[in-house]
Design a protein around this ligand. Sequence first.
Ligand SMILES: Cc1ncc(COP(=O)(O)O)c(C=O)c1O
Length: 297
Amino acid sequence: MQTAMQIYVNGCFVPAQEASVSVFDHGFLYGDGVFEGIRVYDGNIFRLQQHVERLYHSAQCILLRIPLTPEEMRLAIVETVRRRGLPSQYVRAVVSRGAGDLGLDPRRCKHPSVIIIADTISLYPEQFYTEGLELVTVATRRTPSWALDPRIKSLNYLNNILAKLEAQQAGVEEAVLLNAEGYVAECTADNIFVVRQGRLLTPSTAAGALLGVTRDGVLDLAREQGIPCEETFLTRYDLYTAEECFMTGTGAEIVPVIRIDRRQIGTGTPGAMTQQLRQAFAKLCRNDGVRALPAAV
Ligand SMILES: Cc1ncc(COP(=O)(O)O)c(C=O)c1O
């Protein structure tokens, strides 16, 4: 079984210490590029199709021509995962504008850089899942969707990082970002959901949420279970009065939220619907996707 980290750089697999991009790459100089974070569960690349689709849509929006077809990209990701060989992996696919000069002009960047890294994931501490997480709403607002559409998963995360720093300064692990109008958008690298009177509510992308792959999976599972779902506009009132709240993301999966702005949410313990969806999600992520390695027997 292969266990060294696998790194694909522009068509070649290179050892970690040799993997590099130019200091003139506009991904480095300007955050000009797009990326995906993808999980492998028991050899299954969870929702690879959706991740690749989102990557190409993000690239299309910033007029970045990825020098691989989506099928070639899928195959390159599968090959990177196969070489890594571990049943559980975290994969980062990055496409940046490539090397240009010090000016902004993207036309100077002739060759976009394509990087795929098959690493492992360091999960949130178990306690976050069993006891729940605390959030704080921060002063940093989500970049308005009329300025930069939140569906573009770009390399420019300063807005999210500022929010994360604010939460940490407040002694809390994670932040809730509101948009310019005061509607809840999302957390710094996760979507947010609330449960109200048996309904599952999550901010619409128009409110500033990324179209999360995990968010989509949770909505699919909830609908399958007959839970009414709504992608809508939420304010802090909806957070504070929620019966349950949780975050979703590729790295975090589904994390119960039990306190926001020092206020207890629901019973102050992970809620029943959150637990139910966590169990269903654990099954989904082993089966829904592209199998790169044989499943454990
Ligand atoms: C800003 C932001 N929101 C939400 C998410 C969750 O999306 P996904 O479930 O596709 O990982 C991410 C994860 O990358 C993110 O960066």
